[in-house]
Design a binder for this molecule. Sequence first.
Ligand code: HH2
Length: 258
Amino acid sequence: MGVVNVTPDSFSDGGVNFDPDDAAASAQRMLDEGAAIVDVGGESTRPGAEPVSLEEELRRVIPVLERLEGEVSVSIDTSKADVARRALELGAELVNDVTALRSDPELAEVVAERGAYLCLMHMLGEPRTMQRDPRYDDVAAEVASFLEARLTAAVAAGIREELICLDPGIGFGKTVEHNFELIRRLDELTAIGRPVVVGISRKSSLGKLLGDPDATTGTTAASVGAAVAAYERGATILRVHDVREHVEALTAAAAVRG
Ligand code: HH2
């Protein structure tokens, strides 16, 4: 899954795809490089980010989705029912909700009605404050039980289980240690029985791991290493910014697996 952030302030690529023509070209390039789907988002959820209004989010993503309609497989990264509805009308196939249906009470209905795929992600707290001293007794067990509960809630809201994937939410209310432990223990999430998405690409934990305690991003090489490790532990979808490098590495890893 290639990431196309139509934002001025995303943590690693803010501003790069703020123009709709640039965003559409990036999406097309990612598809050419081997992405199966592109994740288009109009609201940064980086630590400390302020929420974006509905009007502004629509203004950012709709022109991009119009350019991609019928051309590429699209995921819409949003927590807002009105953004998801419009995106699905414009051909998006998957709704990627980092709040796991906890923020907009109408979003589940939109996903159910349209028969869209859905990604449910774990987050502790909210982006503005989530990195202030996150604590768990057992991070993998708590994330697994959260995702199981959200899966049950989504199915109860009329979304077909076979359309749902789960995501531990790397960097969303987690320390560096929490993030790597979640990938190390990914089997506890795949045991729930749904495909698992992992998005560690360029995240600050990678930069911190490599020795910069103030890092806000990580390198492509470190991202690829973590993605291959996640793949080895059962991740089905890797959400990444540098598609070519990940496709090459994962193709080699898949060949080794046989
Ligand atoms: N990470 C980000 C945003 N959306 N969705 C899923 N399912 N999983 C993730 O790990 C995830 C996500 C944050 O990364 P990015 O989009 O690059 O940055 P920003 O939120 O600053 O736009």
